[in-house]
Design a protein around this ligand. Structure first.
Ligand SMILES: NC(=O)c1ccc[n+]([C@@H]2O[C@H](COP(=O)([O-])OP(=O)(O)OC[C@H]3O[C@@H](n4cnc5c(N)ncnc54)[C@H](OP(=O)(O)O)[C@@H]3O)[C@@H](O)[C@H]2O)c1
Length: 340
């Protein structure tokens, strides 16, 4: 089988395709013959050497796959073999085959393609946690989502519209028409407009009830100021630190320092009736049952036609570098995948 490795931090071209023996599933694991693997912004950050969760290099990145079970380890029912599945992988997803603990694997509902399956876990579980587990989004409220045209942004938009919320989204201008078609009520071109001023204008000075911010740095404080009374700010990433295609701690330092300097004073939170929270689905491996229950709800919503992963482009595994360029060039609308 083939795997894509990050041998050292650097530009997309450091990604290296290597041959390896098929992995053998251990006790409680299943082996997935991968048809499609999700490419996440975290993989880009990892390749840049800016992602502390990534195991030491050389490493095979990849948080999610879809494919077919072709072997099981001890303690796993053999009737899994031959099933079409999707799964969260704790790295190792950029490959033709990967072994995963049973708790992280779900059977794909009828009609769900491997591409849709690989596009779903990270983006939709993150959106679910942000909107409903911690963000408490309700009908009639307004949500602002940054990078609305990315994988999480589109997932969050679909779920917010489903519960009857209004959605504002920041994105590069070329994505606005497609966002409006998905139901986004107001698009903000963050390259030309100040989103804080625009939110104030759109809400007549009041602000919005929920903000999803994975840009980080100065954006967190601007988002905080854009909250209405009872508003909640969900922080879940720092894409501002990925300011170039090669590793540059200097470029990452500004957003990192601005994030470190954030101070949410208890007294101010109380008096302003505002909440702040953080989300990292990659740190919930010990909460398997809860995450599995969110996945069950998401798959039911897929069957209902509410959850509809938007796949922008699939690159063959050996062209993983192009997939990373595509995302860093801000070209993607929705999910980018690697296919076997
Ligand atoms: N904590 C978690 O559990 C979790 C899970 C998933 C994702 N995340 C975070 O959420 C954010 C979005 O993830 P995603 O998977 O939805 O992203 P994605 O699909 O890879 O989207 C990338 C988009 O983000 C925008 N962007 C903003 N800053 C950028 C930068 N410095 N370089 C390149 N593009 C930038 C660009 O769109 P526009 O120019 O149109 O804005 C780009 O097209 C990332 O920061 C990611 O790390 C966190």
């Amino acid at each position: 089988m083939r795997q894509v490795w990050i041998p050292k931090a650097g530009p997309p071209e450091v990604l290296e395709l290597r041959e390896a023996r098929d992995p053998i599933p251990k006790q409680g694991e299943l082996r997935i013959r991968v048809a499609a693997a999700g490419v996440n912004f975290a993989d880009v950050m990892g390749r840049l050497g800016l992602y502390p969760d990534l195991p030491p290099m050389p490493v095979v990145p990849g948080y999610e796959v879809a494919g077919r079970i072709d072997a099981v380890g001890d303690g796993v029912e053999s009737d899994w073999v031959g099933r079409d599945v999707l799964a969260m992988t704790r790295f190792g997803g950029y490959a033709d085959a990967v072994c995963v603990p049973e708790a992280q694997v779900s059977t794909r509902p009828p009609g769900m393609t491997a591409e849709e399956g690989a596009a779903l876990p990270v983006n939709y579980l993150t959106a679910w946690q942000l909107l409903f587990v911690m963000g408490s989004l309700h009908a009639g409220e307004t949500m602002l989502v940054h990078s609305a045209g990315g994988g999480v942004g589109i997932a969050a938009t679909q779920l917010a519209k489903y519960v009857g919320a209004r959605v504002f989204g920041t994105a590069s201008a070329g994505k606005h028409d497609r966002l409006k078609a998905l139901g986004v009520d107001a698009c903000i071109d963050y390259t030309r407009e100040d989103f804080e001023a625009r939110v104030r204008e759109l809400t007549h000075g009041r602000g919005v009830e929920l903000i999803l911010d994975a840009v980080g740095g100065a954006s967190f404080m601007k988002s905080y100021r854009s909250l209405a009374p009872t508003g909640r700010l969900g922080m879940f990433g720092m894409s501002a630190a990925a300011a170039g295609k090669s590793r540059s701690l200097l470029r990452a330092l500004g957003p990192a320092l601005r994030t470190l300097r954030l101070r949410f004073k208890a007294r101010r939170l109380i008096d302003q009736n505002k909440g702040v929270f953080g989300v990292n689905v990659g740190h919930l491996w010990d909460e398997g049952d809860r995450v599995a229950s969110w996945m069950e709800r998401l798959l039911a919503l897929y069957v209902e036609g509410v959850v509809r992963p938007v796949v922008d482009r699939s690159f063959p595994l050996e062209r993983a570098a192009e997939a990373h360029h595509y995302i860093q060039d801000r070209k993607n609308f929705g999910k980018v995948l690697l296919t076997a």
